[in-house]
Structures are given as structure tokens and as C-alpha cells.
Design a protein around this ligand. Structure first.
Ligand code: GAL
Length: 839
């Protein structure tokens, strides 16, 4: 409720300043960054080591909508009393059931992004997608798939594993109810061993119900993360029980190794565990073993060992070195199970007087909070797109992300591990109830080996637990912190607190996170000089990419320094956190725009405007503030655009973000004077508009080192397509992200072009989503067309499993106005070894 009223308040008093527009035509992502990191991450697939099998279970599902209110439209589920009365009676999960009319699709899948937008205020958080109990027809989805299990699998343990789904999932196999999951973000799995038909076809059905939500932001709907089928011996390594902890001593590192072996067989077994530590080049650098123990039938045993890494290669933001531990269980004269755990060696320390230290060196956390949806695909983000998104934030100069406000997708964490981005890893339900503790346990166990994670967060802005019910909050917080420490003694625990950090949940926290409220940390630091502090959530600056005026009728926010009343501009918060040595830095709200929370407006806005980059990852002007003060390279960025037809003689506010000493501004070649760039600030001029160009020349030590220019362009006459990669994997999973630009006849990006573009994909690729970063655009994310928004649009194309190439063609699609010269881009898709998958 509070969020709705806060937004209403804002709209009525529209506290948004100045005017605004577009960023440079070159979208400055360095090819080096992408080529170094591009390609789907592989750790999940690598995790299995023979004899274990870990099979991707994403391809070839059938899907249909059910109904959350009417059982006759929900496969008859719940029509009478007896659905769960007898084991094996669910007909929809048996061979005879006819799913031939269901749609065929691959996972990850988010059906919410496919739905139309509906003007209903209660749907605002979901980005106006019709989910929830009042929308039963579009809130329940059924997934069904047939799969083979061979006779030789008899005796093995076989699980179906979900990395996460939204939201309430009930799984059936071969007519039997298997289990349920009741949240949108935690991974879960079910043991299918007893229910399978060996040497035969099997049928799995998942009923996914998105009637309830977990958050106040777009959450998607459906099986939006990967699914796996895992097969092991009856003697196997417990799920996420293997950990590697390291302690750095000079050049070497002492490793503490632990795991749990489980025996689901019917007699006791002797088992021994060994570890092989492999460096990034594949060389074995250490080994360890734990002596054999007897593991009781239907029991488990803990195994521990230590090892030493001489000349440990540390994980850091600049050099994200990773190791792998191959953990093997032997018993009865053979290898029973094995897995590969990726880990890093580094030290972290939060101090109350000098901030955060990584490997003994002070590092300011320059972070962003992010939700997990992207243009075109919603919450079903392909692995390669996780990398793309992280690279955008990295390129901006960021060194950290917060997984607000939920357990992240594994590939996002893995991308952080491999790219050198630090992470604040947050759970969803802040509660010491069974569900809250189970979510927390899953998160900590699942990710405790990831070096990118520098802290756990047990929650965000839990007002009741912080004030009204502070006493209960203190107990809940203490329980959650205790569990984190027990499962992972190496990391600090925090929470993102808005307001009073002197009671409630905060009592038990290792480090104190402040959301907004820059007036609080100084006093807190004075009164609690021994408690480390950082900004768990800051800023909430708002802006519409390429727009320079706030307009309540058009739902736009100017790009100069729009901010919500409870927030701070980029400059305000970074001048605060960036200059106090005792503060560890912080996380801006948000890196990317996301669906839902269309603050400061409502319908027809369907996504947030908080992003430093838009839904596609295209930079807003603010991005260059961060790049200037977080990044290492010289930056000069002048804005707005210079297409102000009809406003000749009007005063235009011109800003420049730069980290150089001085900037001189030129209008059509005439100097308008120089200004010294204030530390962590910007420079600005009022300029009477005349068409032509506005140019900023940045100098250091009296020498011009970088210039940036906006020119008055003509109308769009052609289209340019460029891709983040020219070759992707032909594995049916990898994607290429294509930038679509409207250019004038001199080849310049037209920063006000809104032409409608049609797309055609031929060859071995499939268009899986389109976007343009416009928070007010209600065009379909799945159509073969999209209008440009201030010059730009985005197309995401996925490879098929057939190697070769595909072409993406863009052409003007209807509408009045001059024709645009079409463009075509060819992307190669190369044959690769596929991840092992269920046939
Ligand atoms: C915060 C909240 C975020 C988001 C943000 C918008 O209070 O933690 O989830 O709603 O406000 O400013």
C-alpha cells in the first residue's frame, strides 16, 4: 500500500527538475569485455562429473493455460474432492493424455511477458500484466513433457531440479503427485526415483500458479529458469553440501573442505571422499582426502579435509581467478558420485573506520541494485543475456551488484564470479518461519562457494520488523543471521534497512545497510563507531532515455537530475558515499530499468524509470556520470541532443559529465567558455539554441584529450544493425543482441527518431524478443516489429541447434513518413558441443 500512495504523492507534486535528451550514438561497450566473457556460462553443465549425469531439461515442453478459479478449465484439477486421494490417479500426467493441442516451447519461459497490458491499477507492480487471483485465466500455466528413462537407470537416484519458477509449482510424474514449491525464487528439486517407469516413457507435468506474488515489482510467470534431470548412484554427494573455504596466508592459502555423503541404498556403505583442486589452466594444484566412513542405509555422513594452495591466484575485481574442486566419493571399489565446485580465493573485510577491503586493499563498492527482467524476454533471461547485462554495468565502471530483492539466477552469479563483479546476495522472504529459513538455507548453500559474493542480505525494508514489531524483528533477524553464520562462517550478514537502524533486525547484523536517507549514516557512525556501514540502496534517480523535459501528459522524466522525493541524484549520493572513508560504498537503485513500478507515473507507463540504463541496456545520460567517476578512462559526455527544431533562440540547458580537469563548450565552433570540472560533479551552460552542433572539449593538464559532440541531424533515412557478437553457439540457447538505429543521410543517429521497424529472421535463428527502452511503449515484446525509441530499438535472436548462420533484416514497417533504407546483418552460429540434455 505504501508504495502506491508514495507514487501518487509524487505525481501530484511532480518534483522533477529541468529538461533533457540522448546519449551518444556509439554504445560504448568494449568488444574486449564481451569477447573475453561472452558465451553461455558453463558451470551448471560442468558441475556433473561421471558417473553423475546432469541433463538440461529445457527443450521440447508442451504448455497450456489452466485456470485459477474454474477447475473445468484447469484440466479438471480440483473439480471434486479426491484429486490427492490415491497415488497415481492424475490422468494428465499419464501416457493417454492428449497434449497435441498444447503449444510447444523451450524453457526458460515467462508467459507474463507474452500477455497484453491491462489498465488496472492493482496490476501496476506486475507491469500491468494480468496476473493474480482476479485474473484466473492467465495466472495458471501447465507444462508437460514426455521423457525416456532407460532400464539401466534402475538403482540410481533421479531428481528433477528447478533453478526457480514463478511461483507455486505442483509437480506430477506418471500420474503421481510428487511435490510442491511455494515461492518464486528459491531452487527446488524432487526425487523421482520411486515413480519412474524404467525402460519406458515417462510423463512429467508441472502446474505453475502465479496467482500470488512475492514482491512489488515485475516477477514474470512460469518456469523462467533452467530445469535439470540429475542422475546419481544411490550413494551420492548431498545437494550443495560441498564447500571450499579459504584462508590466505602470505602467498599461499589454506583450504577447508567439507561435504556430506548420503546413502539412499538399503544397506550401509563404506565411502571415502577425495578432492582434486584444479587451477584456471586445468592443472591439478592440490589434493586432499577424507578417510572412509560407514554411511548407514538411509543416512548420511560428513566428510572434511584440508589442503594448501601454494602461490594462490587471488580472485579480485581486476583478476577474477577461479579454481575448481572436483569432489569424488568412492565406495565398494568404485567411484559412486562426483561433482565440480567452482570457487575463488580472496579475503574480504568490512571495517567501521576505513570501509571495505578486498585482499587487504581498500575498495569502494560501486554497485547497482537490479531486478532480473530484460526487454523482450521478461524474467526468462537466456544465459548469454545475463552476461550481456553484467557487461553493461561493468563497462559503466560498476564493480558490484545487489540481487534485489531475491535469490538470483545461477548464471547471474556465475557471470559475476567470472567477470569480477562483487555481489550482495539477497533472499526474498525475511522471516524465521520454516519457509523463510528454507529459502535462506537454499541460497547460502547454493552460492557459498562463489567468490563474487561479499555479503548475504536477509531482507529489504521490512518496516514492521524494524519499528512496529522491532522486538520480534530482533528475534527474526538473529535467527536468520545465525543460520547464515552456521552455513557460511566466512561472510558478513546484512539487510537493506530504510529508516531506523538502531533496533529490530539491525541488532543482529554484522554490517549496517542504509537505504536512502543520507541524513542518517553520520549520526549512526558517531553513536556506533564500531559498526561498518554501507549504502544498501541509494539514489532512485529517474529519467527517460533521450528525453529532456518532464511531462505529466507523456509520462516522461527529464534526463538531467530527475529524482523521487525519497531519493538522491547520482551526484548527491556518490558525493556522500564516495567521499567518506568509513563508508564502504553502496548500491544505486537501479542499474537497469525493470517492468513494474512505473514511478513517478502510472498507466500507460509499464516499466520503471529508475535505471541508469534502460530496459535494453542503452545508457541514459546518467550512465556517463557513473562512468566518469567510477570508471578509469577519460570521459566527456555532452547532452542534450541538438535537434530542437522550432526552438531557435530558446535557452537550452547543456550539461557535460567528465572526469577531466576542464571542459570548454563550443556552439557551431564558437567557444562558450571553459569550466573547471568539480570533483564528483558536472559542468553546465545555458545555451541559446541554433541548429548545428554543440561540442565539449575536455582537457587534462591544459591539453585537450577528449571531445564529444551532438549535431542537429536530418530525419531518419536508413537503418543500421549491429550485434554484440558476430558469432554465437548453435546450441538452441545462445543469443545475439542486436542494436537497431535510425540514421540520417549522413549516417548520424537520429536522437528523436521513432520510426516503426519490421524484422525478418531467416536461417538458423529465432527472434525471441524486441524492445526499445521506452517506459511507455505497449507494443508487443514478441512481435516481429518495434518502433524506435529516440533512435534505438533492440532485437534478441536465439540460435537453433543447426549450425550455419542467420540473417536479421530490418525495414520500415508501415506508418507515414519517408521510407527507410533497410538493413541486414548476418550472424554466424557455430557448431559446439551441446550441454548434455534430456532427449
Ligand atoms: C525502495 C525499494 C525498492 C524500490 C525503490 C523505488 O524503497 O526497496 O524495491 O521500490 O524503493 O524507489
Amino acid at each position: 500500500m505504501s508504495r502506491v500512495s508514495r507514487r501518487d504523492l509524487l505525481v501530484s507534486g511532480l518534483a522533477i527538475s529541468a529538461s533533457s535528451l540522448v546519449s551518444r550514438s556509439a554504445w560504448g561497450r568494449s568488444a574486449a569485455l564481451l569477447s573475453a566473457y561472452a558465451g553461455p556460462p558453463s558451470a551448471e553443465a560442468l558441475a556433473a562429473v561421471a558417473p553423475r549425469e546432469h541433463l538440461l531439461f529445457d527443450f521440447g515442453w508442451k504448455f497450456t493455460f489452466g485456470n485459477g478459479a474454474d477447475p473445468s478449465k484447469d484440466l479438471g484439477f480440483g473439480f471434486g474432492q479426491g484429486d490427492f486421494a490415491k497415488t497415481g490417479d492424475f490422468e494428465f500426467a499419464k501416457a493417454k493424455f492428449d497434449d497435441s493441442k498444447w503449444r510447444t516451447l523451450n524453457l526458460p519461459h515467462d508467459w507474463a511477458v507474452e500477455l497484453p497490458f491491462v489498465n488496472d491499477k492493482e496490476l501496476e507492480s506486475h507491469g500491468f500484466k494480468p496476473l493474480g487471483r482476479r485474473n484466473p485465466e492467465t495466472s495458471v500455466g501447465w507444462y508437460r513433457r514426455a521423457f525416456d528413462i532407460s532400464e539401466s537407470d534402475k538403482g540410481r537416484r533421479i531428481w528433477v531440479e528447478f533453478d526457480g519458477a514463478f511461483r507455486d509449482v505442483i509437480v506430477f510424474v506418471n500420474g503421481c503427485f510428487i511435490g510442491r514449491n511455494d515461492n518464486g525464487y528459491a531452487p527446488f528439486r524432487f526425487d523421482l526415483t520411486d515413480f519412474l517407469a524404467y525402460g519406458k516413457k515417462n510423463y512429467i507435468v508441472a502446474r505453475v500458479d502465479a496467482s500470488f506474488g512475492d514482491g512489488w515489482f515485475y516477477e514474470g510467470a512460469g518456469i523462467y529458469r533452467h530445469v535439470w534431470l540429475t542422475k546419481t548412484d544411490a550413494v551420492y554427494l548431498g545437494k550443495w553440501e560441498s564447500y571450499v573455504r579459504s584462508e590466505v596466508n602470505g602467498n599461499s592459502a589454506a583450504l577447508t573442505l567439507g561435504t556430506v555423503v548420503r546413502n539412499d541404498g538399503d544397506k550401509a556403505e563404506s565411502a571415502a571422499v577425495k578432492w582434486q583442486i584444479v587451477d584456471a589452466t586445468g592443472k591439478t594444484v592440490a589434493t586432499a582426502q577424507a578417510p572412509a566412513q560407514s554411511v548407514a542405509a538411509d543416512g548420511s555422513a560428513t566428510f572434511n579435509a584440508t589442503a594448501r594452495l601454494a602461490n594462490a591466484a587471488l580472485w579480485s575485481v581486476e583478476t577474477p581467478n577461479l579454481y575448481q574442486a572436483i569432489v569424488t566419493v568412492d565406495g565398494g571399489g568404485k567411484t559412486r558420485d562426483a561433482e565440480r565446485v567452482s570457487f575463488g580465493v580472496r579475503t574480504t573485510k568490512f571495517t567501521a573506520d576505513k570501509g571495505f577491503f578486498l585482499n587487504g586493499k581498500p575498495v569502494k563498492i560501486m554497485g547497482t541494485c537490479n531486478h532480473q527482467d530484460h526487454a523482450g524476454v521478461g524474467a526468462a533471461v537466456p544465459d548469454a543475456l545475463q552476461w550481456f547485462r553484467l557487461a553493461v554495468l561493468r563497462e559503466m565502471g560498476g564493480n558490484a551488484v545487489r540481487t534485489s530483492h531475491n535469490i538470483p539466477t545461477p548464471e547471474w552469479v556465475e557471470a559475476c564470479d567470472r567477470m569480477g563483479m562483487m555481489m550482495m546476495c539477497e533472499t526474498r522472504q525475511m522471516s524465521s518461519n520454516a519457509e523463510g529459513m528454507a529459502q535462506l538455507e537454499a541460497m547460502v548453500k547454493r552460492y557459498r562457494n562463489s567468490p563474487s559474493i561479499i555479503m548475504w542480505s536477509i531482507g529489504n525494508e521490512e518496516g514492521q520488523m524494524q519499528s512496529g514489531m522491532a522486538e520480534q524483528g530482533a528475534r527474526v533477524g538473529a535467527e536468520m543471521v545465525r543460520l547464515c553464520h552456521e552455513l557460511d562462517p566466512t561472510r558478513v550478514v546484512s539487510a537493506a534497512v530504510n529508516g531506523n537502524n538502531r533496533q529490530g533486525v539491525s541488532d543482529a547484523l554484522d554490517i549496517i545497510g542504509f537505504n536512502y536517507a543520507l541524513k542518517l549514516p553520520d549520526g549512526y557512525h558517531k553513536d556506533f563507531p564500531n559498526r561498518p556501514i554501507y549504502g544498501s540502496e541509494t539514489s532512485s534517480a529517474i529519467g527517460t532515455r533521450g528525453v529532456y523535459s518532464s511531462d505529466k501528459l507523456r509520462n516522461t522524466v527529464n534526463s538531467y537530475d530527475g529524482v523521487v522525493p525519497w531519493g538522491e541524484t547520482a551526484e548527491e549520493w556518490w558525493k556522500f558515499y564516495g567521499t567518506r572513508e568509513w563508508l564502504a560504498g553502496g548500491f544505486a537503485w537501479t542499474g537497469f530499468d525493470y517492468r513494474g513500478e512505473p514511478t513517478p507515473y502510472g498507466w500507460p507507463s509499464i516499466n520503471s524509470q529508475f535505471g541508469i540504463v534502460d530496459m535494453c541496456g542503452y545508457p541514459k545520460d546518467n550512465y556517463y556520470y557513473y562512468r566518469a567517476w567510477w570508471g578509469k578512462d577519460p570521459v566527456v559526455h555532452v547532452f542534450p541532443h541538438w535537434n530542437w527544431d522550432g526552438r531557435e533562440g530558446d535557452e537550452i540547458s547543456v550539461w557535460v559529465y567528465s572526469n577531466l580537469d576542464e571542459v570548454e563548450l563550443f556552439l557551431n565552433g564558437k567557444s562558450l567558455g571553459s569550466q573547471k570540472v568539480p570533483q564528483l560533479g558536472h559542468v553546465g551552460w545555458k545555451v541559446r539554441y541554433e541548429p548545428g552542433s554543440i561540442e565539449a572539449r575536455g582537457s587534462r593538464d591544459g591539453k585537450v584529450v577528449l571531445t564529444d559532440k551532438r549535431e542537429t541531424t536530418g530525419a531518419a533515412g536508413s537503418i543500421r544493425l549491429s550485434a554484440d557478437r558476430n558469432e554465437i553457439n548453435a546450441d538452441g540457447e545462445d543469443v545475439v543482441v542486436i542494436k537497431v538505429e535510425g540514421l540520417d543521410k549522413e549516417g548520424r543517429l537520429v536522437p528523436i527518431a521513432n520510426d516503426h521497424i519490421g524484422f525478418k529472421v531467416t536461417g538458423n535463428g529465432v527472434l525471441i524478443g524486441v524492445g526499445n527502452g521506452d517506459p511507455n511503449c505497449q507494443e508487443s515484446d514478441k512481435a516481429l516489429k518495434r518502433s524506435l525509441f529516440n533512435g534505438l530499438a533492440q532485437v534478441i535472436v536465439q540460435s537453433t541447434k543447426e549450425p550455419g548462420e542467420f540473417q536479421v533484416e530490418a525495414h520500415k514497417d508501415g506508418w507515414e513518413g519517408p521510407n527507410l533504407t533497410p538493413a541486414t546483418i548476418t550472424i554466424k552460429s557455430k557448431q559446439v558441443e551441446m550441454r548434455p540434455a534430456v532427449a
